[in-house]
Design a protein around this ligand. Structure first.
Ligand SMILES: Nc1ncnc2c1ncn2[C@@H]1O[C@H](COP(=O)(O)OP(=O)(O)O)[C@@H](O)[C@H]1O
Ligand SMILES: CC(=O)N[C@@H](CCC(=O)OP(=O)(O)O)C(=O)O
Length: 306
């Protein structure tokens, strides 16, 4: 194709975005950036470009980040043992110190720095700041029995006023998944924190970036991607999901039950996955919507809304 033909193709792609620009202009989109999606520096820089693109397109992006692998690396370096129960890190006071150090002290400023390479946009904060997240101790149940998982928090209350102030000022809040309670600091799974914030902000979308294409129907036996499912369908699947996906899909369900119209799980290893989801007709990954109607849709179906 000649250069003029390529330019016309690019213009068509831009015009295809018009209905989506109109739909999401001025709306808040919460993006959860998972620790597994941030291991490649080039993809991290591209993630930051996508965020700045959303901002210039008139969307109000909020980033909530994880950092599980980065926490693990630091714990290993210090020789501190940690384990998972029901997809959550068993958090002793010693582990909590490392979680806080890595999330608020290392991962958060790295993301802020990448976004701010494009202008004075990103402001880093933790869920501990301005009472953004208040938590209580989360009980975990494994095989029907209660398990003590230590300082793991369940978000009880969200006070998003500090995030709204930043958004109104044209900034991009970048939030670590830590929370306070009257008796100290808690480690909150980042998927859970992102869902709570998306509901608290009446976001138009919650987007979770991870290291798989989306929700697979029968993982690990088969990797057939589920493209779209309703909250009711997801509720039926939840007890059968394994760790990793379990807190993520539970968070999608909570966001949708909390009034967020759409929650998505996307492959953070695909460059521009977020832009594909927000601005094109096809959509990518798995989308969870409210309601009971419709059957679980296999990937590849045309005309997905949103
Ligand atoms: N049904 C499923 N579909 C897709 N991935 C699944 C499923 N069940 C478990 N997983 C696992 O969940 C992982 C993603 O969760 P996690 O490792 O916590 O990522 P993140 O750091 O992005 O939150 C995948 O890499 C995959 O190994
Ligand atoms: C309670 C709990 O499990 N907290 C997580 C917080 C970070 C996180 O959720 O990071 P990802 O999104 O990269 O998994 C942890 O300690 O690993």
């Amino acid at each position: 194709m000649n250069t003029r033909g390529q330019a016309i193709d690019k213009a068509s792609t831009l015009i295809e975005a018009l209905p989506w620009l109109s739909r999401f202009h001025g709306r808040t989109v919460v993006i959860k950036f998972g620790g597994n999606a941030m291991t490649d520096p080039e993809l991290c820089a591209r993630f930051a470009e996508n965020i700045v693109f959303l901002l210039y397109a008139g969307i109000r992006p909020v980033v909530v980040h994880g950092g599980g692998p980065q926490i693990q690396e630091h714990l290993d370096r210090l020789g501190i043992q940690s384990s998972f129960a029901a997809g959550l890190r068993v958090t002793t006071p010693e582990v909590m110190d490392v979680v806080r150090l890595v999330l608020a002290g290392r991962v958060n400023p790295e993301i802020v720095g990448l976004i701010n390479a494009h202008g004075p946009f990103a402001v880093g904060l933790s869920g501990e700041d301005a009472q953004l997240f208040t938590a209580r101790r989360k009980p975990a149940v494994v095989d029907g029995s209660p398990v003590d998982i230590g300082l793991v928090g369940e978000v009880e209350d969200v006070n998003p006023s500090v995030v709204r102030t930043l958004l109104d000022d044209g900034r991009v809040p970048v939030v670590s998944s830590l929370a306070r309670s009257h008796d100290g600091v808690y480690n909150v799974n980042a998927d859970t924190a992102a869902a709570a914030l998306a509901s608290g902000l009446d976001a138009a979308k919650l987007i979770m970036l991870t290291d798989v294409e989306g929700l697979y129907a029968d993982y690990p036996a088969c990797t057939e991607l589920i493209s779209r499912l309703t909250a009711d369908e997801l509720e039926g699947m939840l007890p059968h999901l394994s760790s990793g996906m379990a807190p993520k899909m539970e968070a999608c369900l909570r966001a949708v039950h909390g009034g967020v119209p759409q929650a998505h799980v996307l492959d953070g290893r695909t460059p521009d996955a977020m832009l594909l989801e927000v601005f094109t007709n096809e959509g990518v990954g798995t989308m969870v919507v409210a309601g009971t109607d419709g059957a679980t849709t296999p990937a590849g179906d045309e005309g997905r809304d949103g």
